[in-house]
Design a protein around this ligand. Sequence first.
Ligand SMILES: Nc1nc2c(ncn2[C@@H]2O[C@H](COP(=O)(O)OP(=O)(O)OP(=O)(O)O)[C@@H](O)[C@H]2O)c(=O)[nH]1
Ligand SMILES: [Zn+2]
Length: 357
Amino acid sequence: MAQRRYDERDVRIRPGRGSRPRTKQRPEHADALSAMVVAVDRGRYTVLVDPGGPDETRVLAMKARELGRERVVPGDRVDVVGDTTGEDGTLARIVRIGERRTVLRRTADDTDPVERVIVANADRLVVVTALADPEPRTRMIDRCVAAADDAGMEVLLALTKADLADPAELTALYAPIGVEVVATRRVTDPVTGTTTIEGLDALRDALRGEISVLVGHSGVGKSTLVNALVPDARRATGVVNDVTGRGRHTSTSAVALEVPDAGAPTWVIDTPGVRSFGLAHVDPAHLLHAFADLDEVARECPRGCTHLGDAPDCALDEWVADAADDATRAARAARLDSFRRLLVSRLGTADADDTRP
Ligand SMILES: Nc1nc2c(ncn2[C@@H]2O[C@H](COP(=O)(O)OP(=O)(O)OP(=O)(O)O)[C@@H](O)[C@H]2O)c(=O)[nH]1
Ligand SMILES: [Zn+2]
């Protein structure tokens, strides 16, 4: 996709104080500054004016009443007015929400009609999966691929803990269907005893110039990656209270962090507490689109094929049966099983796939 993140709205025009003639007909909030939302905490929005630029200013803002119940989420491009100095104790007002290029949604489960936008304008979903401890779950990966596909986002599979298990098998499963794969491993220097994350450069390269959302189950090493990519992440998010040393409860809202030294404005959005996605908003007919390999095969299906387990002459079953060897057959069967579980679950019928970790 690799679209440009900034457009003409980002060209910031500071109102020349007093120099502009004030007419009664001037467009509403013509003096608004454009900004990017980086964090949301109980009705207060942290926005960056001139994000990543030389005049970057961190401003606390509230939502103007005229926006009503419309949600403002990290990644949103907004216009702010009022006190935009960012000084302590000031509060600006968000008066406009820019059109969203992509929208990542979350539903509590696959039949729950209430969907919440959790991140806007992200280019990529990074599915952080440990190769071991905890064991990788391909169904959760498939679910994330489906959510990203629906959101109009690319997917990158970040396989962590490659020091514990070989990434080859999962790479072979996902790379051919257009999922970018990067493996990282922790290495300890035998002399100094310091640990570093190998593969971080490849990951940074893959994320360069874009906005990426990281999701992953507890313990997969997501925080380790975020902290390695953004060394002052803790400070930037204010997650740890300096006085008590205890974490504040920001656990459910996403936070956008800029990756330093990436060579182009690069952002990661951490989603603490978001482990996976319900797919209630995804049209079952479109679900197949997220399974590129199966989508191809299903063109041979009879008209109106449901692709479910009981569908007569479904080409997907033939595809599994026709595999050249046992390993391929097992891999294909697992793909088909994953797709059918999501499909069944999405249709709200029996055997619902759980969305929990
Ligand atoms: N062996 C190995 N362990 C790792 C690696 N990366 C992280 N870990 C360990 O895995 C555990 C979980 O890492 P975290 O970064 O806290 O995982 P998380 O996904 O943020 O988990 P939560 O904080 O529970 O959301 C920690 O004990 C890390 O030290 C790795 O590449 N190799
Ligand atoms: Zn079919």
